[in-house]
Design a protein around this ligand. Sequence first.
Ligand SMILES: NC(=O)c1ccc[n+]([C@@H]2O[C@H](COP(=O)([O-])OP(=O)(O)OC[C@H]3O[C@@H](n4cnc5c(N)ncnc54)[C@H](OP(=O)(O)O)[C@@H]3O)[C@@H](O)[C@H]2O)c1
Length: 334
Amino acid sequence: MLYKYCGHSGIRLPLLSLGLWHNFGSVDDFDTATQMILRAFDAGICHFDLANNYGPEPGSAETNFGRILRNNLSAHRDELFISNKAGHDMWPGVYGTGSSRKNLIASCDQSLCRCGLDYFDIFYSHRYDGVTPIEETMQALIDLVRQGKALYVGISKYPADKQQEAYRILREAHVPCLLSQYRHSLFDRKAQLGGLPGQADPAKSNFQIAADNGSGIICFSPLAQGLLTGKYDHGIPEGSRAARSSGFLQQNQVTPERVAAAIELGKIAKARGQSMAQMALAWVLSDERVTSCIIGTSSVAQLENNLKTLENLSFSTEELQRIHEIISDPQLSF
Ligand SMILES: NC(=O)c1ccc[n+]([C@@H]2O[C@H](COP(=O)([O-])OP(=O)(O)OC[C@H]3O[C@@H](n4cnc5c(N)ncnc54)[C@H](OP(=O)(O)O)[C@@H]3O)[C@@H](O)[C@H]2O)c1
C-alpha cells in the first residue's frame, strides 16, 4: 500500500480506503463483509469509512463492523483509522437528521455504541443541511474532539462558501479540518472543476479551497457506484448495485451515454494493461491534492482487482487528452 499525508497534518492515509455504505448491512452476507475487511487490512487499507445511516437497515453497517472488529481486529485498534459521520436521516422525529448540535452529538454517541468503540479517528458533518448555522455545526464537532469522542474532524459535500467558513471556525478553535469528502470520478468532476464542465471556475473549486486551507481531500464513489467498471457495458447484471432494490444507483442512471463513455474509456484502460476500475481509480488519484479515495466493494475479488490500481498510477499526456475528450460531455455528470 502507498500512504499520503492529509493536507497539513501528521496523518497519513492509504491511497485506497474502504467504505461501508453498501454491502455491509443486515441485508448483506456477513462472511463476505468480514473477508473484505480482513483482506483490506492485510493489504494495508487501515482506513474504514462509516456513517450512522449505512446499512440497510440504517446502523447495521456499524453493528457489523463492530462485530468484525471485536472478533478479529481488537488487538489492532491503534493501527486503524475509523471514520464516522452524521447528518442524513437516521431516527424518527425532528432531531434524527440535519447538522444541528443535537443531532451530531447524539449520533456520535449512538455510533460509538454500535461500533463498540471509545472514539472515532475522525467525525464528519455528513452534509450542510441548508439551515443550521455553520458555527453551531462546527462547535459540535469541536466539542466532540474536546470530549475525546473524535481525534479529528471533517466535512462532507459542503458547498464552497460554507466550506470556507467551516475551515475558518475550526482553525480558530485549533481543531483544523483534517479531511473534506467530495464525490469525484471520471463522471463527476464538479468538486474538482468548480462546477459543470464548460461553466467551471477551478480556482473556486472545492478541491482548491480545501488545498488552500490545508485540508486533505478524500473522494467518494470514485467508480461512479460501478458505472466505471465495465459491468454495465452489456446491460444491468443480476446482483449489481443498479439491480438491487437496496442499491443507491438507480437503473435510470445507467444511461446509454454513460455506458458508451465507459466502453470507450475501457479501451484506454485495456491499452494500459489495466481494468476499467483500476484506470478510473488511478485517474482520481492523479490529482495531487487528493489524499485517498474511498472505494466500495461487494466481493473480495473486486477488492483484489482494485488493489492492483497501485501498480500503474501514471498517465501519458495522450492518454489524459483522450480521456478528457470522452468525459467532457456534461450529460455524463450526475
Ligand atoms: N460523504 C458522503 O456523502 C458519501 C456518499 C457516498 C459514499 N461515501 C463513501 O464512499 C464509499 C464508496 O462509495 P461507493 O460504494 O459508491 O464507491 P464506488 O467505488 O464508486 O462503487 C462501488 C461499487 O462498484 C462496484 N465495484 C467496485 N469494484 C469493482 C470491480 N473491481 N469490478 C466490478 N465492480 C466493482 C461494486 O458494485 P456492485 O454492487 O455492482 O458489485 C461496488 O459496490 C462509501 O462506502 C462511503 O464510505 C460517502
